[in-house]
Write a protein that binds this ligand. Structure first.
Ligand code: NAP
Length: 438
């Protein structure tokens, strides 16, 4: 019997657990750890609350979680309650599926002003992540600036733009729904340091921006390259650009019917955030493209900004003793191998790119590497204690472990508390989650 500890119960974690079952059959026991008492990581607290169809993939993870040889071990913080070294002594393989929970820093003057948030915090706020539930962004100003032109920037802009009715069927948490219902924002500026051909937005998600009840996307026709140049783009990007062209072609009187404007500001690199205690404006430097990269031109503009959300990517958390690639913001690894017996998957392995599904092949590759390493004798003989050893350690340390059965009770309580038409009302603090289990 081989024992595998997976740290992180998001998509990368559960796809790896599923792959381990396939690769090892009955000869494996898998413990999936999470610092929260609730599973699914980014599915729960990253995927936009109005994208319920994407969240449905958690049913697949639930099937894995409920199988006999996989356990969910919630409310256990690896690195605090238990060290990696202790897990390595108990399990044949330890797999870091810890994602990339920190925002890549903006690193410009004024980025510590009030009402300036990174996307992990802002998305965590409206998704009810316990760490960010009390963020309390001020939405009483007119203009929001969202930095970045990826799908996270789109999520943030869309959530800021939607009406309460449009969010009714989502699982946005009550505090965010109330705050957004009272929002006075009427201008949302999406700031990109490069041009329309360099956006990272996927077509389906970008298309949604054209279908909002009270908000309309604004693209200046002059910002778009000549249509013939779209031919060289890969098909997905070409489709996204065709959405930008449709937005640009919308007559002004149609756009004006909607009171909220979502403006695309291309070729604009953030230079400084201005304000006394709270942000009031952003200074941007116009750019030009040189070999596809943004080169600053020295021309500076000022855009009013009552709230700023920076959506420019994420970084993993380094763990003492585990080799880390500082530049890439992820663990130093060779196809998921970090050190003998220590592996990584998902964003902890690749960095913050790709969709939920991208994690599946990642998990399979790593499970196969573990099997190869067992075969090659790198992981030693099958003598590790696995979950039994962990349970003894947890009892000794009086850890309050939350099981998958406990989670099902928490989930039922969240479903019972849902407002009408919504799938659930999430608990936003850890104590409440733990109480609900009882
Ligand atoms: P992303 O796709 O990498 O986009 C990051 C954006 O930030 C880019 O436009 C980038 O511009 C810009 N940026 C980076 N550093 C910057 C700086 N210093 N100043 C100004 N702009 C800067 O990242 P993401 O939006 O965080 O998304 C992460 C991953 O999750 C992506 O693979 C995304 O597709 C996925 N995701 C998918 C969905 C969905 O499918 N519905 C939803 C959310 C996220 P440059 O290109 O110029 O660097």
């Amino acid at each position: 019997m081989r024992h595998i500890a997976i740290i992180g119960s998001g998509p990368a974690g559960y796809y790896t657990a599923e792959a381990a079952q396939k690769v090892f059959g009955d000869d494996v026991r898998v413990d999936v750890f999470d610092r929260l008492p609730v599973p699914y990581g980014l599915i729960r607290s990253g995927v936009a609350p109005d994208h319920q169809s994407i969240k449905a993939v958690s049913r697949r993870y639930e099937k894995v979680a409920l199988s006999d040889n996989v356990r969910f071990v919630g409310n256990v913080a690896i690195g605090e309650d238990v060290t990696i070294a202790e897990l390595q002594a108990l399990y044949d393989a330890v797999v870091l599926a810890t994602g990339a929970p920190h925002d890549r820093p903006l690193g410009i003057p004024g980025d510590d002003l009030g009402n300036v948030f990174g996307s992990a915090a802002f998305v965590g706020w409206y998704n009810g992540h316990p760490q960010f539930a009390r963020l309390d962004p001020d939405l009483s100003g007119k203009t929001a600036v969202v930095i970045g032109m990826g799908n996270v920037a789109l999520d943030v802009a869309r959530i800021l733009a939607k009406t309460p009715a449009e969010l009714a069927g989502s699982d946005i948490v009550a505090h965010a729904l109330d705050a957004l219902a009272a929002s006075r924002i009427e201008r949302i500026v999406l700031l990109g340091r490069r041009g329309p051909h360099q956006i990272m937005m996927t077509p389906k998600e970008l298309g949604e921006l054209g279908e909002l009840a009270r908000a309309a996307p604004h693209v200046a026709p002059v910002d778009l390259p000549i249509p013939e140049e779209d031919a060289i783009l890969e098909p997905g990007l070409r489709k996204s650009v065709s959405h930008l062209r449709a937005f640009a072609a919308t007559p002004e009187h149609i756009r004006a019917e909607k009171p909220v404007a979502v403006e695309f500001a291309f070729m604009s690199a953030p230079k400084a955030l201005l304000g006394s205690s709270k942000v009031e404006a952003i200074e941007v430097e116009k750019t030009r493209l040189v070999h596809g990269q943004a080169e600053r031109t020295g021309e500076v503009e000022r855009v009013p900004a009552d709230i700023v959300v920076s959506c420019i990517g994420f970084r993993s958390s380094p763990i003492p003793g585990v080799p880390f690639d500082e530049r890439a913001g992820r663990f130093a690894n060779d196809e998921g191998r970090i050190l003998p017996g220590l592996y990584c998957v998902g964003w902890a392995r690749r960095g913050p790119t790709g969709t939920i599904g991208t994690n599946r092949p990642d998990g399979y590759t790593t499970a196969e590497h573990i099997a190869d390493d067992v075969e090659a004798g790198i992981l030693g003989r099958a003598t590790k204690q696995g979950g039994d050893g962990f349970d003894a350690l947890a009892a000794q340390r009086r850890l309050d472990v939350v099981t998958f059965q406990d989670w099902k009770k928490i989930e039922e309580a969240e479903e019972r508390a849902a407002r009408e038409g919504a799938p659930r009302e999430k608990f936003v603090d850890i104590e409440a989650m733990i109480r609900a289990r009882r």
